[in-house]
Design a protein around this ligand. Sequence first.
Ligand SMILES: NC(=O)c1ccc[n+]([C@@H]2O[C@H](COP(=O)([O-])OP(=O)(O)OC[C@H]3O[C@@H](n4cnc5c(N)ncnc54)[C@H](O)[C@@H]3O)[C@@H](O)[C@H]2O)c1
Ligand SMILES: [Zn+2]
Length: 668
Amino acid sequence: MTREEAKLRIEELTEKINYYNDLYYQQSTSAISDFEFDKLLEELIKLEDLHPKFKKEDSPSQRVGGTITKEFKTVYHVYPMLSLSNTYSEEELIEFDNRVKKAIGTNFEYIAELKFDGVAMSITYENGILKQATTRGDGVRGDDVTANVKTIRSIPLKIKSNNIPPLFEVRGEVFLPLDSFNKINKEREDIGEPLLANPRNAASGTIKMQDSTVVAQRKLDCFVYGLLGENLDIKSHHEALIKIKEWGFNVSDSYSSCKDIQEVMSYINKWERERFKLPLGTDGIVIKVNDYKQQEILGYTAKSPRWAIAYKYKADTASTILESIEYQVGRTGAVTPVANLLPVQLAGTKVKRASVHNANEIKRLDLRIGDTVFVEKGGEIIPKITGVNLGLRPENSIPIEYISNCPECGTPLIRKEGEAVHYCPNEKGCPPQIKGKLEHFIQRKALNIEGIGSETVDQLFAKGLVKDPSDLYDLTFEKLCNLERFGEKSANNILKGLETSKTVPFKNVLFGIGIRYVGNTVAEKLADHFNNIDALAKASFEELREVPEIGEKIAQGVVEYFAQEEHRVFIERLKKAGLQMEAQKKVIEFESNIFEGKTFVISGVFQNFSRDSIKEKVEKNGGKVVSSISAKLNFLIAGENMGPSKLEKAQKLGIHMISEDEFTDMLK
Ligand SMILES: NC(=O)c1ccc[n+]([C@@H]2O[C@H](COP(=O)([O-])OP(=O)(O)OC[C@H]3O[C@@H](n4cnc5c(N)ncnc54)[C@H](O)[C@@H]3O)[C@@H](O)[C@H]2O)c1
Ligand SMILES: [Zn+2]
């Protein structure tokens, strides 16, 4: 490579890396895999070493990848938040070990820990009270996300131990537990929303949300792995881990001390598979020289400590042939392209399908039939295509043209502005949409109709017996017995299942109806608030927005749903069939009547209660919770981060505002 070529390549790499950094840290998305990203960075570092003249001061090799945002207050770090140098190879790990030995001799110890895949956080405590939580940002300054971090239950707001320094900072990784991640995606799937790509990006997106109430619902967690401060009287990393655990922080037990690099290797091998049993994503291990004095001798580069390194596990990848793209139509009409692959062995399973998300993704990857593609399996269940081996591209291949008509019913597809997904608008005549709605209706979380499986749904639909869920209630013994291979017993089972479904609570019915964006948690909130279907159908956009946790999208979805005549007819038929269209009066076990005749508004995020449990407390003591602030209101229970407009209104009207603690005191 000539000097001129090197210069150009350095510029090109810089631009690319800056672009991916921006996507990753600012927009919480990854356009390429971490492995590909790290390869680009490695290439840049090597070229810059060969041609130091072309190395710019602000090169991405010299600084931490993120930046700050304008949505949050900017905070300067007391101690810079650096990155970690990383490697995918054992040889480089041994080189690291040699560098360490050269600087401090052989009398030292490593601590090996897992590299948790989330968002780095700095949390400051003053006299034992959580004062501030800051993102890494550009390493020098970050975003003040204190209100969001306070919603994380495993992070103490107040340290219980007496024996603590007056001022200190902990460092940790905020993450979205896999359970919560899967649950959120299940709910998004239920309501036909695009899925979150992976837990790390979901955590990073969540921590930057403006509404802490939504953050609280996402149930983030945090593993703490570092302690900083003046005169801490602590000599090593290991001691620090023990201390912060004592003080009530969540420290993962997975760390281990290693007397040499061989023991580190065993640690790496041990966790290569074991790590999948943990409740969160991990992408490697971190080794740190244990002793603080030795750390000091080793020091720092501009970007990372010299006393630590990350070893990253390669994601399981395989390459195979893309045979075809299939288009699936879901209950909401959303079209998902799925790749059919020549079967290949990947991470212990045979893979023959991979997701490609949407038309943009096909274009970005420039996928062509017959291409040799790389497939990767991360934490997700279905593997994804991460790239194309262009060297093996067949001659005369042509780019895949995304379909313009529904593969199932032929209707021209539409794409709403700002959405990546195509939809088939033929809600009433498109078979997978009709069947999808039926299956949604009968599922356990909805009407829970036993005796009907997806095969039966197919048959009922094929015979023209059922076109929408309300037709189910017109089924008779005779009609069912006419179905192929359908015994009397199965027919009776279905009829019994349908009969039982008439006792299923209103909130489940509401979920089963399948209103856009109304998942089962939302259905419960709406049922609770409006009590019956007629009140909900009449509710305006504004009235819906007043219900706690009902956002614009949901409110819009509900209004649009009931605006359609055919939906109202459908609801009438369900009513006639005898389904529960009204919430059962809750049986309240009264504790006292101290709040009799008093009204409350609950707003913001709370430390010891969920909003629902505060509501329950109010009701159990004779009070009533309302949604909007008016002059007649008696109390506003104000948590952290309540909306500014609510606050202003309450102040203007002179409403009595009480904190969570004051509320607890009132109950005593
Ligand atoms: N795919 C993309 O487009 C893209 C873009 C940018 C960055 N990335 C990825 O992000 C990473 C680079 O980011 P980086 O500079 O933050 O470095 P890094 O994430 O590799 O290492 C530093 C971070 O590791 C975290 N960490 C987790 N467990 C830890 C532990 N036990 N001890 C100490 N720290 C721990 C901390 O948050 C720390 O900030 C690379 O893995 C890169 O592949 C990917
Ligand atoms: Zn269709």
